[in-house]
Design a binder for this molecule. Structure first.
Ligand SMILES: [Mg+2]
Length: 362
C-alpha cells in the first residue's frame, strides 16, 4: 500500500472566548485554526492527521508541502516506524523542534489512521486495547486576565460536571477566584506558559499552595531548562507539569532524567506523532511520571489523543468552549465531562467535508 498523495487543509472555526481576550501568539483569539493532513493511498484508504497549529500553520503547511511530502510520495504507508525514523533523520538539519516536526507529526497520525482502517479496528485496539471506554476530560479555560471572568467561567465548567478545571492565569487573585467558585472538591490546574525564572517560579508556586493546585504547568522560562524545573519540583509540594514544548522522546528523556516533573505532557501534533508519543509514554511509565497529554485542539490530533489515553489514568485536555461547528459532530463535545472512546475504524471518524468546505482558509 503506497502513499499516493498528501494534502494539507487549513480551516478556521469561530468560537466565543467569553472574556477580554489577552491575545494568543500575537493575535486575537476568537477563531480556532486547524491544519488537517490528508494522506491517500493507492489502496483507496485515506487517513487524516493534524499538525500543530494556530499561528504557525502557514509555516507548518509549507514544511509539509515543500520539505516532507517529496520524501514520502510512493513510499509504503504500512512501514510507519521505519518511515518516521528515516524522515526524522533525513530532515534533522531543518530543526528537531517546530514546523518540520509538527508536519511529521501530522503525517504520522494519518498513517496510523490508515493502518487501523486497514485492520478494520479502532486505533486503540492496535495498541493493545483500553482500560476505560469513557475518558474524563478537563476544562482547559482560556486566559482572561480578570478574576471575575475566571470565577464565572470556572463556575460554568463545574456546573457542566467538570471535576478538573485548568486555568491559564498567573496571579493569586485569579487562582483564588477559581477556587472559591469551584469549591473544595474540584481539581484546579494552573498553566502559566513559561513566564518566570526559577526563583520567581518557586515564589509563585508557594503563593498558590493555599489554593490546593493539582499541578502547576510550565512555570519556568525557557521550557528546556530541565534543571531549573527540577529545582522548582524540589522546592514546592505543588506537582509540576510540562511537555507541550518538547519534541521527540529524546527531549522527554532529558526532562525525566532531571527529575523535573510529576506530569509529562506530550502533544501528539508536535512531539513527532503517535509513534513518538508512545515512546514518551513508555519513558514516563518507567520514570514513575504520569502522562497528561496536551491536546487543546479539535482536529484528528484530538481523536488520536483519546486513543493514546485509553490506558492512562489522567484526564484529557479539552479547550473549554464550543466551536461554531466541529469536524466530528458531538464526538468532541463531552457530556458530564466524559467523552466516549471512539469505536469506529481508525481514529473513529473522518473530518466532516461540509465543515471543511464552510471553514476553509484559502
Ligand atoms: Mg499548557
Amino acid at each position: 500500500m503506497k502513499i499516493a498523495a498528501i494534502e494539507t487543509i487549513h480551516i478556521s472555526i469561530p468560537f466565543i472566548h467569553h472574556g477580554p481576550s489577552t491575545g494568543f501568539a500575537a493575535t486575537n483569539f476568537d477563531n480556532l485554526a486547524t491544519l488537517i493532513v490528508k494522506v491517500e493511498t493507492d489502496a483507496g484508504i485515506t487517513g487524516y492527521g493534524e499538525a500543530f497549529g494556530y499561528n504557525a500553520i502557514p509555516a507548518t503547511r509549507a514544511a509539509i508541502e515543500q520539505i516532507i511530502k517529496p520524501h514520502l510520495i510512493g513510499r509504503d504507508a504500512t512501514q510507519i516506524s521505519a518511515l518516521m525514523s528515516e524522515i526524522q533523520q533525513t530532515l534533522h538539519i531543518f530543526g528537531r523542534y517546530g514546523p518540520v516536526l509538527y508536519g511529521i507529526s501530522g503525517i504520522d497520525i494519518a498513517l496510523w489512521d490508515i493502518a487501523s482502517k486497514a485492520a478494520g479496528l479502532p486505533l486503540y485496539r492496535l495498541f493493545g486495547g483500553a482500560s476505560r471506554t469513557e475518558l474524563p476530560v478537563y476544562a482547559s479555560l482560556l486566559r482572561y486576565g480578570d478574576p471575575e471572568v475566571v470565577r464565572d467561567r470556572t463556575a460554568d465548567a463545574v456546573s457542566q460536571g467538570y471535576q478538573y478545571v485548568k486555568l491559564h492565569e498567573r496571579t493569586v487573585p485569579s487562582i483564588r477566584a477559581a477556587r472559591e467558585a469551584a469549591g473544595d472538591d474540584v481539581a484546579i490546574m494552573v498553566d502559566v506558559n513559561c513566564p518566570w525564572t526559577v526563583q520567581q517560579s518557586i515564589r509563585m508556586a508557594r503563593a498558590f499552595e493555599p489554593y490546593d493546585i493539582f499541578w502547576l504547568e510550565e512555570p519556568v522560562w525557557p521550557p528546556e531548562n530541565f534543571d531549573g524545573l527540577a529545582e522548582v519540583t524540589a522546592a514546592t509540594p505543588v506537582p509540576i507539569a510540562a511537555g507541550e514544548n518538547y519534541c521527540t522522546a529524546w527531549q522527554f528523556k532529558a526532562l525525566l532524567d532531571a527529575g523535573a516533573v510529576t506530569y509529562a505532557q506530550p502533544s501528539v501534533t508536535k512531539v513527532g506523532g503517535i509513534t513518538e508519543f508512545r515512546k514518551v509514554a513508555t519513558l514516563a511509565e518507567t520514570a514513575n511520571v504520569l502522562l497528561a497529554p496536551h491536546s487543546p485542539y479539535f482536529g484528528p490530533g484530538f481523536l488520536a489523543t483519546l486513543h493514546l489515553a485509553a490506558t492512562s489514568t489522567e484526564p484529557v485536555e479539552r479547550f473549554f468552549g464550543n466551536l461554531e461547528a466541529t469536524l466530528f459532530g458531538d464526538m468532541v463535545n463531552p457530556t458530564n465531562a466524559l467523552l466516549p472512546l471512539p469505536q469506529g475504524p481508525g481514529l473513529g471518524c473522518d473530518p466532516d467535508p461540509d465543515v471543511i468546505r464552510e471553514y476553509l482558509v484559502e
